[in-house]
Write a protein that binds this ligand. Structure first.
Ligand code: PLP
Length: 453
């Protein structure tokens, strides 16, 4: 048995193409609808808030989409990212399973989100956009877009969910260091924000509200567009560099995963690692179990409905067919801020509905416990979001210990937790609780789903 724990690719092995799973879906996605007319939305209508190249990717069914050279040039700074074999964790768990993880915390912003931020900033710049608005939950997406904006000379305006704005002052400082402007949401700078504040002056905010604020501003000015850090097809596409690299690295390790695991907020890092494998399976290749892990306090895939819904609270965004808890649902303020979204990527929702993706939910305490066990074995402190993937990987490895099966587990470690030490402080100080989502609030939010057709 070799002792290798780290699988690295050469710089020139950075993928040249993203993988588009639309080419291999067993049945096509349902169309995205205009929020007013409820008819399939046109590229011109989407063009108000997104650059043209991104809209083309959104609807493309081409299997391989070329990564522009200037994007590869920047990605090369931290990509290909390392793949590790978690040998010390395996030993600590006394499991016959092989555990591998792809580590996305090596990006300058500390998570996978930089992969799409760079691409989106590039396309906006190429089309003459001056300013990009966006929302951020825990701050990772805002940080990534701030970084990308400074590389491409774009103004970045970030609406940060208020609970995280207050919990994470260093994330704000990070964004401001790169020249971005960061505003706590709900704010009084937009109609949508003012409407929420009038009704709930103490609102701690949600991603749905912050998206409304950012979209509202982008729709007002020609030189301003909006960027989303997850959920949409083009974002998931940009993240497939993770899985494409992992496939080569697993080959170097002479291994093929029996299961691929990722945490799911809007679904982009999970799609990034899982879609290249799932694509192979859909084209007749080997089967992989794809496990999407979410928090029990925001259980979109496990407790939501598969229906058309808005992406935001003020109902300014197009309607997507997806698993949703209802666009007005505000999840409790647990620490994995990046997993507090009411909806799920349409591509993931579709594949989950068809049975190709197995969703699963855990409580936050067991996730932090798994995160600490991982840190003690592997030396990396996972982002609170990523602890959900760790929890599932450990759970599967423990099942292997019981059954004696030596399965191969691959999971995505979507980011490091070095900015999230307050969350770990709270956990270690016994101040964290398992938060239940309020079933009646979900029921109420779901009863407000738009009726389509
Ligand atoms: C944003 C974020 C997530 C959740 O977003 P996805 O689009 O589901 O990947 C998970 N992990 C980290 C570290 C994040 O920053």
């Amino acid at each position: 048995m070799s002792d290798t724990v780290k699988y690295l690719l050469e710089e020139q092995q950075l993928p040249r193409f993203w993988y588009n799973i639309n080419a291999d879906l067993p049945t096509p996605l349902d169309p995205v609808l205009h929020p007013g007319t409820q008819q399939p939305i046109t590229p011109d209508e989407l063009g108000v808030i997104f650059p043209r190249a991104v809209i083309e990717q959104e609807v493309s069914t081409e299997r391989e989409i070329e990564i522009p050279e200037p994007v590869r040039d920047i990605l090369r700074q931290w990509r290909p990212s390392p793949l590790y074999r978690a040998r010390r964790l395996e030993q600590a768990l006394k499991t016959p399973a092989k555990i591998f993880y792809k580590y996305e915390g090596v990006s300058p912003a500390g998570s996978h989100k930089a992969n799409t931020a760079i691409a989106q900033a590039f396309y906006n710049k190429a089309e003459g956009v001056k300013r990009i608005t966006t929302e951020t939950g825990a701050g990772q997406w805002g940080s990534s877009l701030a970084l990308a904006g400074s590389f491409f000379g774009l103004e970045i305006l970030v609406y940060m969910v208020k609970v995280s704005f207050n919990q994470k002052p260093y994330r704000r400082a990070f964004m401001e260091t790169f020249g971005a402007q960061c505003i706590a949401s709900p704010s009084d700078t937009t109609e949508s924000g003012r409407a929420i504040l009038a009704e709930h002056p103490d609102s701690t905010g949600s991603l749905g509200i912050a998206i409304s604020e950012a979209v509202e501003l982008a729709a007002q000015r020609d030189d301003t567009k909006y960027a989303l850090g997850s959920v949409l097809n083009h974002v998931l596409l940009h993240q497939t560099v993770i899985g494409l690299e992992a496939q080569k690295q697993m080959e170097m390790a002479d291994a093929y995963p029996d299961m691929v695991i990722g945490c799911t907020g809007g679904g982009s890092n999970f799609a990034g690692i899982a879609f290249p494998y799932l694509g192979d399976q859909l084209r007749g290749g080997r089967e992989v179990e794809c496990i999407a892990v979410e928090p029990l306090a925001c259980p979109t895939l496990t407790k939501g409905l598969f229906a058309y819904d808005f992406g935001d609270t003020a109902h300014l965004t197009p309607l997507c067919k997806m698993y949703t808890l209802g666009s007005t649902f505000v999840p409790p303020g647990f620490h994995a801020g990046g997993l507090r979204y009411h909806g799920m990527a349409p591509q993931i929702s579709h594949l989950a509905k068809l049975g190709y993706i197995q969703p699963r939910a855990y409580n936050q305490l067991e996730c932090f416990q798994a995160g600490i066990q991982f840190a003690k074995s592997e030396g990396i402190i996972p982002a609170p979001e990523a602890t959900h993937a760790v929890r599932a990987a450990i759970h599967e490895a423990e099942k292997c210990r019981e059954s004696g099966q030596a399965k191969t587990i691959l999971f995505n470690l979507s980011g490091h937790g070095n900015f999230d030490m307050q969350a770990y402080t709270d956990y270690l100080g016994d101040k964290l609780k398992d938060l239940e989502y309020a079933e009646n609030e979900v029921a109420m939010a779901l009863s407000g789903l738009p009726s389509i057709g």
